[in-house]
Design a protein around this ligand. Structure first.
Ligand code: PXP
Length: 238
């Protein structure tokens, strides 16, 4: 299974101060050095974390592959065509949400999304549709001509107890199988961490995971002690 690392929340930290650091582009390079198979970023309409400069530099400098998460709006479609990411993952976007809260409603937008897929294909960009583990959405995704689905693992990750988590896992397994039968590639992501990812890695039909928040959160703690020690040395002159 492959891992693509989402660097959005490195940019979230930068935006908290409105300066230049930490730079999500540097994070992407480190992720590649550490063995990531790809880099993901979500360019939101409000540019709350990743901005146009980040996207441009990521495209120019990363050596693996770039997955641009975006809403299927006119503005974003234009940006995708200018940037030429390797993959576009279409997600629903609501201005007031903290993060992507649900999968796309593909069922109600098959003609529109089919046009978007066609436009992306004209520019050699593959398309993935972020969907809840719902057979109707996956069947609709296949009708649009998309190359992949990304299964939304948020319900699984946020399940209240083991039983609910087990049920969500079964749904994900079934959906992965269905998608493969329909000729779609299968990715998955959202809310995956160092524990709940383990059962997901056993699902053979899933090609790639997209993980961001848990990695950025862990980076703070695995790096915090060293960062403090370095500052202690400078401040104490030792
Ligand atoms: N996949 C999609 C479509 C997402 O919107 C996100 C969140 O940006 C992720 C994966 C990664 O989720 P997380 O940051 O919780 O790992």
């Amino acid at each position: 299974m492959k891992l693509s690392v989402n660097v959005d929340h490195v940019a979230t930290l930068r935006e908290a101060r409105g300066g230049l650091e930490p730079d999500p582009v540097t994070a992407a390079h480190i992720a590649e050095l550490a063995g990531a198979d790809g880099i993901v970023c979500h360019l939101r309409e409000d540019r709350r974390h990743i901005n146009d400069r980040d996207l441009r530099l990521l495209r120019e400098t990363i050596k693996t592959k770039l997955d641009l998460e975006m809403a299927a709006t006119e503005e974003m479609i234009k940006i995708a065509i200018e940037t030429l990411p390797d993959l576009v993952t279409l997600v629903p976007e609501r201005r007031l949400e903290r993060t992507t809260e649900r999968g796309l409603n593909v069922v109600d937008q098959i003609p529109y999304l089919s046009d978007v897929v066609l436009e992306m294909h004209k520019h050699d960009i593959k398309v993935s549709l972020f969907v809840d583990p719902d057979p109707k959405q996956v069947e609709a995704a296949a009708k649009t001509g998309a190359d992949f689905i990304e299964i939304h693992t948020g319900e699984y990750a946020n399940a209240r107890n083991e039983k609910a988590q087990y049920e969500e896992l079964q749904k994900i397994k079934e959906i992965a199988k269905l998608a493969r039968r329909l000729g779609l590639g299968v990715n998955a992501g959202h809310g995956l961490n160092y524990l709940n990812v383990i059962p997901i890695t056993k699902i053979e039909e899933i090609e790639e995971l997209s993980i961001g928040h848990a990695i950025v959160a862990r980076a703070i703690f695995v790096g915090f002690e060293r960062a403090v020690r370095e500052m202690v040395r400078i401040v104490k002159g030792i």
